[in-house]
Write a protein that binds this ligand. Sequence first.
Ligand SMILES: N[C@@H](CCC(=O)N[C@@H](CS)C(=O)NCC(=O)O)C(=O)O
Length: 298
Amino acid sequence: MNTSTDTFQLYHYGESLCSQMVRLALEEKQISYVSHHMHLELTGENLSRAFKKINPNVVVPVLIHNDVPLYNSWEIICYLDNHAPTKGTPLMPTSAEGLAALDEQVMENALRGDIALGDNFGTSIAGASTYILANILKRRPALSVMWDYLTKHPDPMRKFAFCVLRLRGGLPKPLYEKFIRRLAVGLADCEQRLADGREYIFGDYTMLDIMMTAHLHRIEDVHLDGILTTGRLPNLADYWQRVQARLSYKPAMTDQHSWEWRAAMDEVYQGQASPFLPLLESALNDQLSDLETRKAAA
Ligand SMILES: N[C@@H](CCC(=O)N[C@@H](CS)C(=O)NCC(=O)O)C(=O)O
């Protein structure tokens, strides 16, 4: 690694889960970068011709390393760890359990474009946030939003989803219920992994903890964090405190909040718990009982 000539530029949005993950990785690896903070739904900046030259797929984050653009948050994180293996925190697991489970767990937590919303934990937490996106889109005239997404967004599923969000204020309710049930599966799984008192998901801190930090931060944003105080997820609740106490958390997460996202959160939730919290509680209880029954039978 030649740090003196290395330059990193990050195109990102304050509240995007994938941008948060890459910023956490950059902080953990102690790699400095030039920040290009963008707005997404508020202005449609990511659909502009200028940004399409940087990423024709119009999504953030994009990390540019010495003129080479890198896409996909989990691939960027692996790239950074490979590029600077001895700098900052190593992000790959060293335990046998971690090595065996990493790929599957990364795919479970990633915002993958090749599966439907709600088919893994990552896309479920993104889906559960869409009331916030709808509220931000409401700041712009419906016709301008429809024109932008229908003519400029390359992803057929997303362009349709953004129009539905602008016109209906949210996706159909059964979809949110699907997201919530999928979240219960992931939360129960993490609780179970942490149950032996380990500090992080695979023992030592890894890229999976980066992904979970962004997801738990989002659980707070969508006012589902009451799930951490029910007493059903004691290890995950402690883990959440632990990842927030890391030096990476403030610069990568809270220092990067975007005003329109915070305003939308306040307007959507009005300081109250999400109306989906009871469903999350009951789905989590089912999930935890199921895991206990399976453990007892093993
Ligand atoms: N697979 C990509 C997903 C990137 C992604 O979906 N980014 C979202 C924000 S988290 C985005 O830019 N959305 C804007 C849009 O689709 O218009 C990654 O992991 O980086």
